[in-house]
Design a protein around this ligand. Structure first.
Ligand code: PAF
Length: 282
């Protein structure tokens, strides 16, 4: 049964004690609503580290006005059941007032990440992610921290933040877990009604079509690859597309020439639900 910790100070004491005994901490930061994608992150942490820590905190700083902060699924008992099944040692679940008794005055900037793709479509979102991940990494201390590749821009931002600001964390990227029809697992999939759920796999199909076109002709221009993916997505009229973009995996700046390792990323909305996904050219 995982130990549930509510206060940052207590978390520090528990983890310092484990580290004093030589344990390596494996940290999986989450906003709860744990699904098989999170379980894969936790399983990897379990396999690679001695003490597995999962945080559950719906971070208000990363939601914009009119976004789904209030609707975001919250069910700590269900999350604890998943953590128990995955043999998690410690769950850090700070109440909102413990994390930020008042809104933080000093925050991090996602810099250039904040100006493209997710950053451009969700102003302030990546600043909010950087700020909460910085705080959580401070609270976790020295650790290996596990992040999913589905949120590829978040992953690139966190890796860069750790490098730029010398956090004592090793960031471990983990592959996206998908439904059999290709849909990437996301807590937001729970919002989809039956018709939307049936349309949703078109997002991954579109990205795969772009990648396959590049595999068939590696000289294709980025704009062509984006257009091919965009056409597949447009064939599913329920989707409203925010972007389909081929970018550098480290900076998320637009690719000038298609090359192996680049990320073809997309965001699109099905009714009120916004989905993101990406594939790597290879
Ligand atoms: O990916 C998420 O669930 C969140 O963005 C994270 C990393 C837990 C920060 O709130």
């Amino acid at each position: 049964v995982p130990k549930v910790v509510r206060a940052g100070r207590e978390l520090g004491a528990v983890l310092d004690q484990a580290r004093a005994g030589g344990a390596m901490v494996g940290f999986v930061p989450t906003m709860g609503a744990l699904h098989a994608g999170h379980r894969a992150l936790i399983a990897r942490a379990r396999a690679e580290t001695d003490l597995v820590l999962v945080s559950v905190f719906v971070n208000p700083l990363q939601f914009g006005a009119g976004e789904d902060l209030d609707a975001y699924p919250r069910d700590l008992d269900a999350d604890l059941a998943v953590c128990r099944a995955e043999r998690v040692d410690v769950v850090f679940a700070p109440p909102g007032a413990e994390m930020w008794p008042e809104p933080p005055v000093v925050r991090l900037s996602a810099g250039a990440f904040g100006e493209v793709l997710e950053g451009a479509h969700r102003p302030g979102h990546l600043d909010g992610v950087a700020t909460v991940v910085a705080k959580l990494l401070h609270q976790a201390g020295r650790c290996r921290a596990y992040f999913g590749r589905k949120d590829a821009q978040q992953l690139a931002l966190v890796r860069r933040m750790v490098r730029d600001l010398a956090f004592d964390a090793t960031i471990v990227p983990c592959d996206t877990v998908r439904e059999p029809d290709g849909l990437a697992l996301s807590s937001r999939n729970a919002y989809l009604d039956e018709t939307e759920r049936a349309a949703a796999p078109a997002l991954h199909r579109a990205l795969a079509a772009g990648r396959d076109a590049w595999l068939a002709d590696p000289t294709l221009a980025p704009g062509r690859i984006e257009a091919i993916a965009g056409q597949v997505l447009a064939a599913e009229p329920a989707f409203v597309v925010d972007y389909v973009s081929l970018v550098d995996p480290d900076t998320f700046q637009p690719a000038t020439r298609a090359a192996e390792g680049q990320v073809l990323a997309a965001a699109a909305r099905l009714g009120p639900t916004r989905l993101i996904d990406n594939v790597v050219l290879r």
